[in-house]
Design a protein around this ligand. Structure first.
Ligand SMILES: Cc1ncc(COP(=O)(O)O)c(C=O)c1O
Length: 379
């Protein structure tokens, strides 16, 4: 992160260092470091026996400390979703930063092209107009951008829609200055939403087969795909095990959350939101971590200590649980909630409270949402 902002956030939160995990001001984002390290090691060990390398998607963690931990464990770089995340990662010293997404809009394209003078940056493209804009900006900045053609493998989001379109775009890219063709991306996000494992394997294989067709067609046309990038936590052991994939983009495996936890075994929950029971009426307990403090998309958050209770509702600042006599929580108690979805939890906070042996040992700032996009725009 830009150093002055990193230091500002660190200093604002550092009074929490040395406190017990249940003593910090709520709602607070807690990272259990031992669990996160175990998850990182588990993935690194798995991939060390597989053909693909890990380029973790740090839109999940938005934190340079966590990016570096994954690189130390063997990751070859990071993926990001936004140009601002990419710039922060590049300035934090990450050598290979891939924006696994399209970047549109002149200010963002200019910022990216400027940054590419300092570090190795690449991104996904799926149309000629965007490629032209990227090429012009890189030429004006005197930099080079790596590009991967994104192929829609079934999600219906970004990506060329056919093998023909992929070849046509590759031909177009080859005529543009200051862009370097590196390969293709196919993110099978629709498979992450498939709860049935067998069906997920089938759908993921179909997605990779489509990438295989594109690889072959491009090879015939003289374009070598050195990078074939895809996959997430829900398909890490399908996509990551396929010899056609060179880079796996999984990111949520570091934290896990209720959505990813139900998809794949092997990893544990390292991320929680500490909350306080601040209202209690009869069997209803209400914590101070509502939708503005915890990601509720894709799966509902649960209490770490009492995972069997389902929340009734998440208001903006209230988490409502109806409990029974088995729940011993009372007014004033603190409760750790497991996010439904970690990526949309992290961005609600300024920093992780990093905990070891139940004590806060460090503060790790999260890439901020503004103002002025981290001081990068015009800075
Ligand atoms: C393009 C892309 N790649 C990879 C991922 C990472 O997936 P996960 O967080 O499930 O590991 C995502 C998540 O949305 C994504 O959009």
């Amino acid at each position: 992160m830009i150093k002055s902002l990193h230091d500002y956030v660190y200093n604002a939160y550092k009074p929490a260092i040395g406190k017990k995990r249940h003593e910090i001001v709520t709602p607070a984002l807690i990272l259990d470091l031992d669990v996160a390290k175990r998850n990182i090691k588990y993935m690194a060990d798995y991939l060390s026996k597989m053909p693909a390398d890990l380029k973790p998607h740090i839109k999940v963690q938005k934190c340079s400390e966590l990016a570096k931990m994954q690189i130390e464990a063997g990751a070859i770089g990071v993926c990001t979703a936004t140009v601002w995340e990419a710039i922060v990662m590049s300035r934090a010293g990450i050598e290979d930063v891939y924006i696994a997404n399209q970047i549109g809009g002149p200010a963002k394209i200019k910022a990216l092209a400027q940054e590419a003078k300092r570090g190795r940056l690449s991104l996904a493209v799926d149309n000629k107009q965007n490629a032209d804009d990227l090429s012009s900006a890189a030429k004006a900045a005197g930099s080079e951008l790596g590009v991967l053609i994104e192929v829609d493998v079934g999600m219906g989001r970004g990506g060329v829609r056919s093998v023909d379109e992929a070849e046509d775009l590759a031909q177009h890219l080859s005529k543009l200055p200051n862009l370097r063709f590196l390969g293709i991306q196919g993110y099978e996000g629709h498979c992450m939403l498939e709860p049935d494992h067998e069906l997920r394997v089938k759908k993921a294989k179909q997605a990779i087969d489509l990438l295989g067709e594109v690889i072959e067609r491009l090879a015939k046309a003289g374009f070598e795909c050195r990078i074939v990038s895809g996959g997430g936590t829900g398909t890490y052991n399908i996509t990551g095990a396929d010899p056609r994939i060179t880079e796996l983009q999984a990111g949520s495996y570091v934290f896990m959350d209720n959505f990813h936890g139900s998809l794949v075994p092997g990893f544990s929950r390292s991320l929680t939101v500490l909350s306080t029971v601040f209202i209690q009426h009869g069997n209803t307990i209400i914590m101070d971590a509502g939708r503005k403090s915890i990601g509720i998309d894709l799966a509902p958050p649960t209490m770490m200590e009492y995972p069997d209770y389902q929340a009734r509702f998440f208001a903006e600042e209230h988490a409502l649980f109806d409990v029974d006599e088995k729940c011993k929580l009372k007014l004033g108690d603190t409760v750790e909630l497991t996010p439904g979805y970690a990526p949309t939890t992290v961005n609600l906070y300024d920093a992780f409270h990093v905990v070891e042996d139940d004590v806060v040992v460090d503060i790790w700032p999260i890439i901020p949402r503004g103002p002025g996009h981290n001081g990068i725009l015009g800075g």
